[in-house]
Design a protein around this ligand. Structure first.
Ligand code: SAM
Length: 450
């Protein structure tokens, strides 16, 4: 969620040994060391709910912890409202520069033209935030009459009522003026099947999907669970503010037996290795693959195929300990303020590709955000915007925003973009992605083409 890395972050440390991210710690980003105990903030109401639940029924998985923290019906982070922007907890690429959404739209236009100008299209966005990206895409589609007139509906996958209200206020009129129907659903499974050409976009959505965390012991995988820290009461001061901590289960639970078996990369991990696995991401990616697949002639379903873009921070490999919390543009302890900070984990794009395999949809890349945006014309677009703006302040904003999106140390490299396309096969090249290579990634390694 959460443009973790889009944000200028400071790192807050506690003496909890929970999740550490060497990759993050190594990044050139500056960070401050702030003890959560000195924050002086009142404990979050969700911390007590979580402790009471753990007392009653035992430790909970990290995925359950994330679900509660992000989507609890009363105290969930996204349930409570708009958390974006300089004044919020983080700022995302579409909020930084309109060029981001415009160039994503341009890629969709290339796929639309390659598909022979389908007469009817729809667009699905997962995790639409404020609706800014969708507005930028629709505005860019206006430039090509055939695509603008073919687009019949927008489907927003959003489970927060408050975020839906923000999206509605930013998109309703926009869609009405273009005669585009707008629908909200809680889950991608609720988007109705359609025979239109389908565009799918997910920016900073998969990083919000709950992860389960495992460690490989000599006897097999063991799940890492969220438990009450025995050294801390409800007024915990020495560790996380919430009195919660991470522990390793002694026994193999069903998740530890099942989930790590979902990829050969997990099975190949050495003893002592940790891995974060987002099962929901697998299911959602699979569903997207199925939705974009073109129907075979004579089949009972009729789908015109489609194209998708998944943008997130992460890489084409698994991650051992990227789970983190973000609040007021700082990285803080994941247990410091449940429900009051964004929780996020890097996206394992290789896992998404594994999910899509066999659906009839191809996964392209991922490539870096910098490479994608520069290949699609970020520089000329910026020049055009500069030429049509007279205000020096606005010009500076445009330049800074564009630079930020492609900065090779931060957003330009930390964000990766995966393309999805119905059909396409090995050897196919779909600009700006490299040709499809049938290489399985090794555990922890990046594919040669990324
Ligand atoms: C970090 S924001 C990204 C927003 C937007 N894509 C952007 O870049 O500005 C994550 C979005 O996903 C939504 N979201 C988070 N978890 C979700 C879930 N399980 N189901 C549906 N939407 C979810 C949030 O409410 C929010 O709109």
């Amino acid at each position: 969620m959460k443009s973790g890395l889009a944000r200028t972050l400071k790192r807050t440390e506690s003496r909890c040994s929970c999740f550490r991210s060497p990759a993050l710690a190594r990044s050139a980003r500056s960070y401050s060391v702030v003890s959560p105990s000195t924050s002086g903030r009142a404990e979050s109401p969700l911390a007590k709910v979580l402790r009471d639940s753990i007392k009653a029924t035992g430790p909970i998985s990290v995925s359950r912890y994330m679900q509660w923290c992000l989507s609890h019906p009363v105290y969930g982070y996204y349930t409570q409202g708009d958390v974006f922007g300089q004044k919020g907890d983080f700022i995302t690429s579409p909020e930084i520069s309109q060029i981001f959404g415009e160039l994503m739209a341009i890629w969709f236009v290339t796929r639309y033209i390659a598909a022979g100008h389908p007469k009817r299209c729809r667009i699905i966005e997962l995790g639409p935030g404020r609706g800014t990206l969708m507005a930028d895409i629709l505005r860019t589609f206006d430039q090509l009459k055939s695509i603008a007139s073919s687009l019949k509906s927008v489907h927003l996958v959003e489970n927060s009522e408050k975020m839906r209200a923000v999206q509605s206020s930013n998109l309703d009129r926009f869609c009405e003026e273009r005669d585009i129907a707008i629908h909200w659903v809680d889950r991608i499974d609720d988007v109705p099947p359609g025979d239109e050409f389908t565009f799918v976009v997910a920016h900073e959505f998969f990083d919000a999907m709950p992860i389960n965390a495992f460690e490989k012991a000599p006897e097999g995988f063991r799940e890492l669970m969220v438990d009450i820290d025995p050294e801390n009461g409800s007024d915990s001061t020495s560790c996380s503010h919430s009195g919660l901590r991470l522990t390793r289960s002694r026994e193999a639970n069903s998740s530890a037996l099942l989930i790590p078996a979902t990829s050969p990369r997990f099975a190949a991990l050495p003893i002592g290795a940790r891995v974060e696995i987002a099962q929901d991401s697998w299911k959602i990616a699979r569903k997207i693959g199925e939705m974009l697949q073109r129907s075979e002639p004579g089949s009972t379903s009729s789908s015109a195929g489609g194209a998708g873009l998944i943008v997130d921070y992460g890489a084409d490999k698994l991650f051992p300990d990227s789970f983190r919390a973000i609040r007021k543009h700082e990285i803080i302890d994941v247990f410091d303020s449940p429900g009051e900070s964004d929780l996020t984990a890097n996206v394992d794009f290789a896992y998404l590709r594994e999910a899509i395999e066999g659906t009839g949809t191809s996964a392209l890349g991922p490539i870096s955000q910098g490479q994608f945006l520069l290949s699609l014309g970020l520089q000329p677009r910026l020049q055009k915007l500069l030429a049509s703006n007279t205000s020096p302040e606005r010009k500076q904003d445009l330049i800074k925003g564009a630079q930020r999106l492609v900065d090779p140390v931060f957003m330009g490299s930390q964000y990766q973009i995966m393309g999805l396309l119905s059909g396409a096969g090995e050897g196919a090249e779909v600009y700006p992605f490299p040709s499809l290579v049938p290489t399985a990634a090794e555990p922890g390694e990046t594919r040669p083409d990324s």
